[in-house]
Structures are given as structure tokens and as C-alpha cells.
Design a protein around this ligand. Structure first.
Ligand SMILES: [Fe+2]
Length: 376
């Protein structure tokens, strides 16, 4: 107690010098830390996981004159802790700060074949109410072991005010299932993305009998100069080819990226030649399916044995599907959506749903590893 009074007097004097009222300074000096994101779980493997949450430590002000606040920005800090020595295929319950809000659960991947479910969705930026509706739909119509986001989580990854809005909409989902993100162009390659999600630009992981690869298709924001961007793309492409080659024993190979190689949105056709150029590699290494975003709708193509899904209906304004590519189109719908993928041994079922549960398309695939029926 002895130190409190002199501290208050010192703040009072500083306030009077700065021209503020004693009441304001006292309010600002009160503890103001609050959790504005999470908890959520990232980097989940069979034996380890990282639990994270985001704390707002205060609010910063900025103006064109002293003591004039034209703009405010939350001051954010990502918190994380790692749990090691976990068991594969196990549900864990955690608590990372006091109270019900600090609790959550997640599942670690099993080693071998098995039954698991994941949800894919993307482009949650811009219309926050629609983002919430999509998350509520996932909570109601799916029970994912983990979730994958196809990018454009927020409208500008550098804007600190947007991340608490994203995490608030995602709260109930993220505390139930591990999160695997991918970079969209709206993330702007911002440090906040890597910091808040403990993420790498590209990475891969196994879940049961399936192999998952996530790449950064946002080549425009990947580096400052064209030479650096080209070198990033070459390095990532080499990594992807090595990773696909090494994953040939998996029963399913799934790829995730923001920009789709093809689209039914006429004004955007041909926009992503760097992704279209990867198609021969996908075919050579027998990719089961690629999942993309960027176009705010649902699209499904089958080309030379590879399935291409666009699931970018997480909240951003919808785009028309006016010109489906001939010969490869399975389904295109301009609506909010998410995908539920159920893997059961050598069978994978891909269900596209609207937030109110309507099934847009239901596709079943049998792994090439399954024994074929003998012709009579
Ligand atoms: Fe995008």
C-alpha cells in the first residue's frame, strides 16, 4: 500500500502537465488487459500442440495535434504455450487462463488409417455478420477434428483492429478443433498472421492415412522485388514437389491454397497462371483434391483425375459463377458455404453445405489404394 499513493500523485502531476484530467489518467492506469482472441490450437501433431490466445494490452491513440485522438488502435500480444509428449488419436481438454472462456479441447491425429472429419472454408473477411452465420452453420452441421481456412481471414492483415473481430466470430469453433490456416492476398503477408497463428507460409502434415499440404499462393505479396518473388515461388514449388513425391504412400493427398487454378468467375479467368502451371504436378503425383478460396462462392471441377474445390463463401461479398469452364465443371453455385470432409478408411466424402445446412453437393471418392472389382 505504501507505494500506491506516491504513484498516484506522480500520475496526477504528469496528467496536469499533459493537460489531461486526473480522472482520465487514473482510468488509463487501471489494468486494461483483456483476451480478444482464442484460445485456439495450432501446429497439432500426433505428439504435440500449441495453444494460443491474443491479449489486448491497451489502446494507442494518434492525431494530427497533441492530445487529439483522430485514430485509435488496439495493442495486441499473441500468447502461446506448447504441450509435448501427447498421445496420437486422443482428445485433450485444456485451460490456459482462468474462467470458462479459458477452456477448450482438441484432438491429436491418429497414426494410421481411421475415421476423421475436417471442415474447409475461407474468405471470412468483410461481412462479419455473415462470417458468424457460417461459423454457426459449421458448429451445427459438422463435428470436425480439425479445420482448414483457405485464406483472406481478415480484410487487411496489417490492421490490428480486424483480428479481434475475426477471433470473436470464430471463438466457439476454434476452441473445439485445431486450426490450420493459409495465406490470402488480404493478409498482405502481414507479420500479425504469422505471429497470431504461429504459422509458416507453407507447410504439410499427416492426419491418419491422409497427407495435407498448405501453400502460399499470394505471390504478389510474398516479397519486395520480382526477383525475390520468383525465387520464393521456385523454392516453394520445389518443396511442394518433394513433399508430394514423399507422400505417395498416403491414401489421400490434399492441397490447400488461396488462389484457384481455374474459375467460373469470368472476369477472373486466367488471373492465376502460377497456380494453373502446377496442374501437371498435381496430376503426376496423383493429388486427390485441391481446396482453394479467393472466389466467394462454391466451385467443383474434375480434371485428369484431380478434384478442384473452391470454397470461398465464408463472409466476403459473393461473386457470380457466370462462365463455368467447359468439360471439367461438376458444380458451381454463388452462395455462402463450407465443406465437410469425412475420411473413413479408404473412402472420403466431400459435402458442400450452405450455413443453414442445405447440401449443395455430395461427392464420394474411393482411394486408389482400395482393391478394384475384377472384371468378369
Ligand atoms: Fe482473396
Amino acid at each position: 500500500m505504501r507505494g500506491v499513493f506516491p504513484q498516484f500523485v506522480a500520475r496526477l502531476i504528469l496528467a496536469l502537465i499533459a493537460g489531461g484530467s486526473p480522472r482520465n489518467v487514473f482510468a488509463q492506469s487501471a489494468p486494461s488487459e483483456k483476451v480478444v482472441g482464442g484460445p485456439y490450437v495450432v501446429n497439432v501433431g500426433p505428439r504435440s500442440a500449441t495453444v494460443m490466445w491474443v491479449v489486448q494490452t491497451g489502446e494507442a491513440f494518434l492525431g494530427t495535434e497533441p492530445n487529439k485522438a483522430d485514430k485509435t488502435a488496439p495493442v495486441l500480444r499473441a500468447q502461446k504455450t506448447a504441450f509435448l509428449g501427447l498421445k496420437p488419436g486422443t482428445i485433450y481438454y485444456y485451460q490456459v487462463f482462468p474462467g470458462e472462456a479459458g477452456k477448450g479441447s482438441f484432438k491429436t491425429p491418429s497414426d494410421g488409417e481411421g475415421r476423421f472429419q475436417f471442415v474447409v472454408y475461407g474468405d471470412t473477411r468483410t461481412r462479419h455478420d455473415v462470417h458468424r452465420t457460417v461459423i454457426n452453420g459449421i458448429l451445427k452441421y459438422a463435428s470436425p477434428d480439425f479445420i482448414l481456412h483457405t485464406g483472406d481471414l481478415v480484410a487487411d492483415g496489417n490492421d490490428p483492429a480486424l483480428w479481434p473481430i475475426f477471433f470473436d466470430a470464430e471463438r466457439e469453433l476454434l476452441r473445439k478443433a485445431a486450426f490450420f490456416p493459409s495465406l490470402g492476398n488480404h493478409e498482405q503477408n502481414a507479420l500479425s498472421y504469422f505471429d497470431f497463428l504461429n504459422a509458416k507460409a507453407y507447410y504439410s502434415f499427416n492426419w491418419g492415412n491422409a497427407h495435407f499440404m498448405v501453400i502460399d499462393s499470394d505471390i504478389e505479396n510474398a516479397a519486395e522485388t520480382k526477383t525475390q518473388r520468383d525465387s520464393f515461388w521456385q523454392e516453394q514449388t520445389r518443396w511442394l514437389e518433394d513433399d508430394l513425391r514423399e507422400a505417395q504412400k498416403a491414401d489421400f493427398r490434399f492441397l490447400f491454397a488461396h488462389h484457384p487454378p481455374m474459375t467460373a468467375v469470368k472476369r477472373r479467368q486466367g488471373d492465376n497462371p502460377h497456380m494453373t502451371a502446377l496442374e501437371p504436378m498435381f496430376e503426376k503425383y496423383r493429388l486427390t483434391a485441391g481446396f482453394f478460396g479467393h472466389d466467394h462462392n462454391y466451385q467443383h471441377y474434375v480434371q485428369n483425375g484431380v478434384h478442384y474445390f473452391v470454397t470461398g463463401g465464408g463472409g466476403a461479398p459473393l461473386y457470380d459463377v457466370d462462365t463455368p469452364p467447359a468439360g471439367i465443371t461438376s458444380k458451381v453455385v454463388s452462395t455462402e458455404n463450407f465443406m465437410v470432409v469425412q475420411v473413413d478408411g479408404l473412402t472420403a466424402r466431400f459435402e458442400a453445405r450452405t450455413p443453414d445446412g442445405q447440401i449443395l453437393e455430395d461427392t464420394e471418392l474411393i482411394s486408389e489404394k482400395a482393391p478394384r472389382a475384377q472384371p468378369h
